[in-house]
Design a protein around this ligand. Structure first.
Ligand SMILES: [Zn+2]
Length: 390
């Protein structure tokens, strides 16, 4: 079945999709694999993950209370210092996500004057083992601020020379007290290195809206439509809907995308309202079992379920929006080529025990098969499955 519950037949040759059709006629010489009427859909795209922070692949580490953001950063540094090596933990989380059917990620990696490029090097090493299974885009993320952490601008620039392709930012006013100072650095590096931009924005209410306005203005001025994203943008969930509509028009015009993971106890952007205004909204897991919070397992279907749950999505159309955010919308932001169930693309797709995409989001079944380039298996290691007579 496709995501709308329509029965389809996929024709695969040499690892590529050659035809997607509804008819059931097939040449006698062709091997037929009956997927039992299960849902077939493209692999997941995790538009926001932190591979350097997670304790997946390590011991369970109870959450530590931290009254301020600076306390949280200090607690994280202490926990990471005693954790297993970063490259092993990053590898374990990529493997777990691959088992759930993720085929692409945007990974934010801490890059600042205190961590230098050590996190980047560890994550790049872990990613190198997964080149054939997952496309991983790296964001140089100044977790400790830019202007308030002297030396960080130079380290961010160095990260772009060493494998990062997206420049990050964080709460320009709250962290740095100098919104234009931070944005000058972020947009400056993006211009110089032809990089994309993805800024963490947790700033509240109208302060957050002003920041979105600044980011949109710079995006337009530099002709960067489609290459700039803002992650979280909690403010969009805190202001009156008239304000949302006004800034949504500005974001859509400028080509600034919004990422949300529908976080636990926070207001978050009104997804349908933003999409109706033409804003590109996509999804990611964000923190997974790390010093920031204990939740998550890397499954983007579970994330789509949480996004739908918290957004009050009940109709099939709305549930399919959550699925789109975890697949096609994220692929567009990452610029993943050859993505989706279309003739000519790689025959890489998921097979899930659900009658359609809406049911998959609502129930988030854990069991799934992953077909990579025409070969079926679980997770990253492709293995053939026996053909069943049709
Ligand atoms: Zn994040």
């Amino acid at each position: 079945m496709d995501i709308h519950g329509k029965q389809i037949r996929l024709a695969v040759k040499d690892g590529r999709l050659v035809k997607i059709a509804c008819d059931q006629r097939v040449d006698a010489s062709v091997e037929v694999i009956d997927l039992g009427g299960r849902l077939v859909m493209p692999g997941f795209v995790d538009g926001h993950i932190h591979l350097d922070k997670s304790f997946v692949g390590d011991a369970w580490r109870p959450h530590v209370e931290a009254p301020t953001l600076r306390d949280r950063l200090a607690a994280e540094k202490a926990l990471l210092a005693e954790a297993r090596p970063m490259v092993e933990r990053a590898h374990a989380l990529i493997e777990q996500a691959a088992m759930f059917g993720t085929v692409a990620m945007r990974c934010h990696v801490d890059v600042d004057a205190t961590a230098g490029l050590s996190h980047l090097h560890a994550v790049l090493e872990a990613c190198s083992h997964w080149r054939d299974a997952i496309d991983i885009e790296i964001v140089a993320f100044p977790q400790a601020g830019v202007m308030s952490c002297p030396g960080t601008a130079a380290v961010l620039d160095a990260a772009m020379r060493e494998g990062a392709t997206v420049i990050g930012g964080i709460d320009p006013t709250v962290f740095d007290g100098d919104a234009d100072g931070q944005l000058d650095v972020v947009f400056g590096i993006a211009g110089k290195r032809s990089a994309k931009i993805d800024i963490h924005l947790h700033e509240p209410g109208l302060q957050g809206i002003e920041q979105l306005q600044r980011i949109a203005k710079r995006t337009r001025a530099l002709g960067m439509a489609g290459r700039v994203a803002v992650s979280h943008a909690y403010a969009l969930g805190e202001v009156p809907l008239e304000t949302v509509d006004r800034i949504a028009g500005v974001l859509a015009d400028a080509g600034v995308a919004i990422m949300t993971n529908a976080p636990g106890d926070r207001p978050f952007p009104p997804i349908l309202r933003l999409r109706a205004a033409g804003v590109h909204v996509f999804a990611g897991n964000d923190n997974i079992r790390d010093a920031w919070w204990p939740y998550g397992n890397g499954d983007m279907l579970q994330r789509a379920n949480l996004i739908g749950y918290r957004s009050g999505f009940y109709t099939d159309d709305d549930l399919l929006v959550a699925l789109d955010m975890a697949t096609e919308a994220g692929a567009a932001v990452l610029g993943k080529s050859g993505y989706g169930l279309r003739p000519g693309n790689e025959a890489t797709f998921l097979v899930i025990d659900a009658p359609n995409g809406a049911a998959a989001v609502a129930g988030a079944p854990g069991e799934r098969d992953i077909v990579r380039r025409g070969q079926c298996g679980k997770g990253g290691a492709a293995r053939p499955i026996a053909a069943r007579p049709s």
